[in-house]
Design a protein around this ligand. Structure first.
Ligand code: PRT
Ligand code: ZN
Length: 213
């Protein structure tokens, strides 16, 4: 039986369309994944799994999928043992610290001893540690941007792209914790045949990227 490469992409959300488009631009036929867990490409030995982005690093580490497309923010928060093979140039955003707009912010020392709400405790902890700052990090699962307004936190750390969400919530961006984009990751124990298929895919991805520049 011919070896196939299994790729995990986001099932729905901000990375879904660009991920499918990238595969299509690579000449790979992807049938619509909505309401499906997996599908097969017809003209490339690729099986496509549709998953929540948060689960993709784990699935790739465990070789449930051989490769995956995920934001660096998720990848580095999850700290999984996988290899980044290519930056994909979409899903760009930054993980930023924000405080109330009317707050006087002199620098990171402002955060010393303060309460910070985030869904990215690992990345925030690392950032603060590097700066020699100790804060009280509260992990919350969503709607981080409302935390300062309701008195739950003095600062937040969240993803920002246009900045309008922060603006609408009366916040201002004061530090960048991480610049992020979607990347292609791979399992660390692929066999030779899988690596050859991956090389073919990367070759096509690079051609697509070049054509865009
Ligand atoms: O269901 P699933 O778990 O798969 O999806 P999700 O809801 O966790 O993620 P999703 O689809 O929102 O985002 C997927 C990935 O897209 C993220 O992990 C990032 O890598 C990337 N990305 C790029 C973003 C943004 N830009 C972004 N702006 N992810 C989220 N946002 C949110 C941000 O959290 C904030 O609420 O958009 C809001 C800010 O946007 P602006 O434009 O107002 O600044
Ligand atoms: Zn998610």
């Amino acid at each position: 039986m011919q070896q196939k490469l299994k790729i995990a992409i986001q099932k729905s959300g901000r990375l879904y369309e660009d991920s499918v488009k990238l595969l299509k631009d690579c000449g790979i036929d992807v049938k619509n994944g909505i309401n499906k867990l997996k599908t097969e490409a017809e003209n490339f030995p690729l099986e496509i799994y549709f998953l929540r982005d948060d689960d993709i690093p784990q699935y790739v580490e465990d070789a449930v999928a051989d490769i995956g497309i995920v934001g660096e923010n998720v990848l580095y928060e999850k700290k999984k043992a996988v290899t980044v093979v290519e930056e994909l140039g979409f899903g760009k955003c930054r993980l930023s610290i924000a405080v109330k707009r009317n707050e006087d912010y002199p620098g990171v020392e402002f955060l010393q001893g303060k309460r910070i709400a985030t869904t990215y405790p690992v990345l925030v902890e690392r950032f603060l540690q590097e700066k020699g700052i100790r804060s009280d990090i509260h992990e919350i699962s969503g709607s981080v941007e409302i935390a300062p307004g309701i008195g739950l936190a003095d600062a937040i750390v969240d993803l920002v792209s246009s900045g309008s969400t922060l603006f609408m919530n009366g916040l201002k961006e004061v530090e960048t914790v991480l610049k992020s984009q979607a990347v292609l990751i791979r399992n660390n124990q692929l066999n030779d045949e899988q690596l050859k298929l991956l090389d073919r895919l990367i070759f096509r991805i690079r051609a697509v990227k070049k054509a865009k520049n």
